[in-house]
Ligand binder design. Structure first.
Ligand code: GAP
Length: 495
């Protein structure tokens, strides 16, 4: 399905609405509907569990969106967080220059300089895609949203363009209060804002979005000291190295253990977190053929990174970054030391050394981009006995409702019995009750929002204390005792 049709489907099903819809919408902003917000919360909770609560050495924070303006000088965002754009001389639309070159000339343009993009546009006579008129020169544009602070705009700061910096500015606070021992991580989920020149592809590129980020701090002399690596050594990934991008652009299916042995990823901790993050998407049901690991080529690397690998997904609009995992070295802590005058160091009692830790890995993913990926990957159209069925085959852990309960008919005491079961189940699971329309229509409504199990209370229920459970994906129907329902549903969610 094309991405615009997919956006309409999400609106019809109460998953995502365009923001300020009654005013015609606003580009780059979306609202989550009643179904969407449940799925989004599940994504965040599953990430938090996998990155924070499942580890003894990772702490979470929830920092402010507006910070001291000096944070963004220190981080390099004031100078470096720019995109390149061209303006149409006639209709004055502003177009991101690398996207224009990629769309029109079908060439990868990420990381090209203003001069390189200008030359390509001029040499190939690229015109405005809306009105076919001539384009101006390529210019720089800083993506941060500036905001006044105080009643008379006493000074101005920025809405944070990444959550990471609030982790760095809290490094000493977390270290002092939680007595963290290196290696350790600090994680955060929260809003980020980027004044994207051309937000597009539905939830893929937004101006307001949420990020889930973790900074994993290590001793720079012990980047190869990762006792947990065996946990990911057998994870298989489609790997596209920087070298291969210069040649035939071929991916190779490799185990993470072999990726490390061949030194395609230099540091063991970096490889470990890349493997863990790749596995997270696989474990939550993403089609392995649509996922790959791509190394950044030199020109693409952010100003703070010594090496970055992206987990990419093959969207309807091509292979694109889903998550980035960078080795940020000691860039940020050193910058904040320099700009704030505060030491940001770790004292290792064992070795009696004091040093600025390195961020061996910064797994960073957008909640909204992960959301888009999970639902686009789960969307299926099937034909069953000549009838079309739309089904969202979401992993049960992600589904908005784990179970729906229906009385077969609206009479003879069946609704009362069904409501008893529903009220009991909802103490443990998100559940939905529906008695309107035919059973077939009620099943279809639940399939379209990804409810993995539907329970029907029928005339036999009164005699045998059992119900029929229908599985969304296999369509198998089973009789299950009411007393065994909770265990049965738990089993399905955790499988
Ligand atoms: N702290 C590192 C950082 O922010 P990034 O590659 O700019 O790195 C990380 O962003 C992730 O945030 C991306 O992989 C993507 O999932 C998400 N993201 C970035 N810009 C976004 C946007 N405009 N809309 C939605 N998600 C975005």
């Amino acid at each position: 399905m094309k991405i615009d049709d997919f956006a309409s489907y999400c609106k019809r099903r109460g998953i995502i609405f365009p923001s300020s819809d009654i005013y015609g919408g606003i580009s780059g902003f979306y609202d989550y509907g009643p179904i969407g917000v449940e799925i989004k919360n599940n994504i965040k909770q599953l990430w938090w569990k996998s990155m924070v609560t499942d580890h003894d050495n990772v702490a979470g924070i929830d920092g402010s969106i507006i910070t001291h303006p000096k944070v963004w000088d220190a981080s390099g965002h004031v100078d470096n967080f720019v995109d390149l754009f061209v303006e149409c001389k006639k209709c004055h639309s502003k177009i991101r220059a690398d996207h224009l070159v990629e769309d029109v000339l079908k060439k990868p343009a990420d990381g090209l300089s203003a001069k390189q993009l200008n030359d390509l546009i001029k040499k190939n006579g690229v015109k405005c895609q809306s009105c076919k008129s001539e384009l101006g020169e390529v210019s720089e544009f800083n993506l941060m949203f500036r905001t006044p602070v105080g009643p008379e705009g006493d000074y101005s700061s920025f809405l944070r363009p990444e959550t990471a910096q609030v982790i760095f500015t809290n490094f000493n606070n977390v270290l002092d209060t939680c007595r963290m021992k290196i290696p350790f991580g600090i994680a955060q989920i929260g809003k980020a804002f980027r004044n994207e020149i051309s937000p597009r592809n539905f939830l893929f590129r937004l101006r307001e979005f949420e990020q889930m980020e973790m900074e994993f701090f290590v001793d720079p002399e012990k980047k190869a000291d990762c006792p947990d690596f065996e946990l990911v050594a057998d994870v298989e990934a489609n790997v596209l190295t920087a070298k291969e991008q210069e040649k035939k652009h071929k991916t190779a299916i490799m185990k993470m253990g072999d990726v490390l042995k061949k030194k395609l990823i230099k540091s063991k901790w970096h490889a470990y977190w890349i493997g863990r993050r790749y596995k997270w998407f696989l474990d939550l049901g993403i089609n392995p053929d649509k996922l790959r690991l791509r190394e950044h080529v030199d020109t693409e690397l952010s100003h703070y990174s010594s090496a970055t690998w992206d987990i990419e997904y093959n969207y309807d609009f091509g292979w694109k970054e889903l998550e980035g995992i960078a080795d940020r070295t000691d860039f940020d802590l050193k910058q904040h030391e320099k700009h704030s005058g505060t030491k940001m160091q770790y004292f290792d009692e064992e070795t009696q050394r004091r040093f600025v830790p390195h961020v061996a890995a910064e797994p960073s993913v957008g909640v909204d981009r992960a959301f888009l990926t999970f639902i686009a990957d789960a969307y299926h159209e099937e034909e069953i006995k000549g009838k079309k069925r739309v089904v969202l085959k979401l992993h049960p852990k992600l589904a908005a409702y784990k179970v729906a309960v229906f009385p077969l008919v609206k009479k003879d005491g069946l609704p009362e019995k069904a409501l008893d079961i529903y009220n009991d189940l909802r103490t443990c699971f998100t559940a939905f009750y529906d008695q309107a329309g035919s059973i077939g229509r009620r099943y279809r409504r639940m399939d379209e929002i990804g409810t993995p199990l539907c329970i029907t209370v029928d005339y036999d229920t009164k005699d045998d204390d059992s119900v029929t459970i229908r599985d969304r994906d296999s369509l198998e129907q089973k009789r299950v005792k009411i007393s065994e329902l909770k265990n049965y549903i738990w089993g399905k969610i955790c499988s």
